[in-house]
Design a protein around this ligand. Structure first.
Ligand SMILES: *Cc1c(COP(=O)(O)O)cnc(C)c1O
Length: 377
């Protein structure tokens, strides 16, 4: 018998309360009972995004929100600066290219983060840039980018600042309005503790003005349509009503815990994972690892694919390997969303057992002792 534990950066585990909220009888999205639910959700989302601006609700995965965001505020031919330091950064470029935008691609070494100084340079070389697109937590490498400092640089120019926070919103500190971020996008299946299927886009005043001028052809993901319908407390098309019922519950849990406490919990759990790994003689992959997902170098002489496979097959613990150029080189352990100290310790224990079986030499019990030390602080 196995109990399944998802220590993955999405989809993540869903609390039983949220899963049973999703199973409630369906309600009609054009009936009066939908209005208070929709407004409550709007307020809850504004709290999570730390914004007073509208937060669009889409029925899609996170990438749909990225498409809505970029096509919503930029037009074909517009110059946009996209930072790519991993698999998700590439997505901004790919969306921009797909819609005929003039993409200035800033490819950085995987595992590193772009600096505000570099963004300043790029903006002074490209004063006509209409947008700067970055990834907050590059989930493929585990790296966190300092979006607060970058927002300060971008706010001095005419460019809009678009942040992919699909894995980080609800895990890492993000203060959308205070930090001057025009657009933040996220998805339901990561820190928000929901199944996949909903995505969200916050839109600043400046971005709303730009949306009125966008000439990019769009239909299902038309930002104009979502903004217009939000004024009428609804979405342009049938939303995933059951997921909205689940979201209502998840937002209630988030409010109860409080954003500051949620950020602190993610920080503590990821520190416990990092300490546990270091104590087993492992190296953390990045200089600036996020609290979303901890990237760990595969020790020499061990097959990189064997670690996640053994954890999953023998112990029921799902972690993820590296993607693309990091395949076989790193593995990633996430304590994201519905995760507690005991999920982190289970992960470290399973990793100890697997590494021992795979022949990695380390002091037995050192990993869990180090993790517990952090958790006791
Ligand atoms: C998960 C993720 C996405 C979106 O992926 P979907 O599969 O479309 O939900 C985008 N960016 C980042 C950083 C992610 O972690």
């Amino acid at each position: 018998m196995q109990k399944r534990l998802l220590l993955t950066p999405g989809p993540t585990m869903v609390p039983p309360e949220v899963a049973s909220a999703e199973a409630q009888p369906i309600i009609h999205h054009r009936a009066p009972e939908f209005d208070p639910l929709f407004m409550r959700i709007q307020e809850g989302l504004q709290y999570v995004f730390q914004t007073k601006n509208p937060v669009l609700l889409l029925t899609s995965s996170g990438s749909g929100a990225m498409e809505c965001a970029l096509t919503g505020v930029c037009s074909p031919g517009d110059k946009i600066i996209c930072v790519e330091g991993g698999k998700f950064g590439e997505r901004w470029r790919e969306i921009g290219k797909a819609f005929g935008m003039n993409v200035i691609s800033e490819a950085i070494e995987w595992g590193t983060a772009v600096t505000p100084q570099r963004i300043e340079e790029l903006l002074s070389q490209n004063p006509d840039a209409k947008a700067v697109c970055v990834t907050h937590c590059e989930t493929s490498t585990g790296v966190l980018t300092d979006i607060k400092a970058i927002a300060e640089v971008v706010a001095k120019t005419d460019a809009l600042f678009l942040v992919d926070a699909v894995s980080s919103l609800g895990a890492e500190e993000i203060r959308t309005d205070e930090w001057n971020i025009d657009i933040v996008v996220t998805g339901s299946q990561k820190a928000l503790m929901l199944p996949p299927g909903l995505a969200f886009v916050s839109v600043s005043k400046r971005a709303q003005e730009r949306a009125a001028q966008s000439k990019t052809p769009a239909y299902y993901f038309s930002m104009k349509a979502y903004l217009k319908n939000l004024e009428k407390k609804t979405t342009p098309y049938t939303p995933a009503v059951s997921l909205i019922l689940a979201l209502d519950k998840a937002l209630e849990m988030i409010r109860k815990e409080g954003m500051e406490n949620i950020w602190a919990r993610h920080a503590q759990l990821s520190k416990a994972i990092q300490a546990g790994c270091r104590a087993m003689g492992l190296t953390i992959f990045s200089q600036s690892p996020s609290h979303v997902v901890t990237p760990v170098k595969v020790p020499a002489g061990i097959d990189g694919g064997a670690i996640p496979k053994m954890l999953r097959d023998q112990y029921g613990v799902t972690i993820t390997g590296g993607q693309e150029k990091l395949k076989g080189k790193i593995f990633r352990i996430a304590t994201l969303g519905y995760a507690t100290a005991f999920d982190a310790t289970t992960g470290i224990c399973a990793l100890e057992l697997a590494l021992k079986k795979l022949g990695h030499k380390f002091q037995e019990g050192a990993g869990i002792a180090a993790a517990l030390k952090v958790l006791a602080e």
